[in-house]
Write a protein of this length. Structure first.
Length: 86
């Protein structure tokens, strides 16, 4: 793995770490109840991090950004990301 790919991997993992830390913080701070509450801002941050990860993974599966294309993969079936309804 070259340094560019290594840096990209670290960036992608950072997005997932943000999601994990946000969720972990909320679970810890809201006690042991069965339900938790998240603010709109927290949900937007989680969604943004996941969307960025999904977008990059989809691009790599499709063969873009230096990623390897999967054998027999059909580009016409690529997932299109949409924004959340407010």
């Amino acid at each position: 793995m070259d340094s560019k790919q290594g840096n990209q991997l670290h960036r992608h993992l950072a997005h997932i770490k943000v999601v994990s830390r946000l969720l972990g913080h909320e679970l810890h701070s809201q006690g042991a109840g069965k339900t938790i509450a998240l603010s709109r801002e927290q949900v937007v941050e989680i969604q943004t991090s996941l969307d960025l990860f999904i977008e990059e993974a989809t691009r790599r599966l499709a063969g873009g950004s230096g990623g390897s294309r999967l054998v027999g993969e059909d580009r016409s079936k690529e997932t299109r990301l949409v924004t959340a309804r407010n």
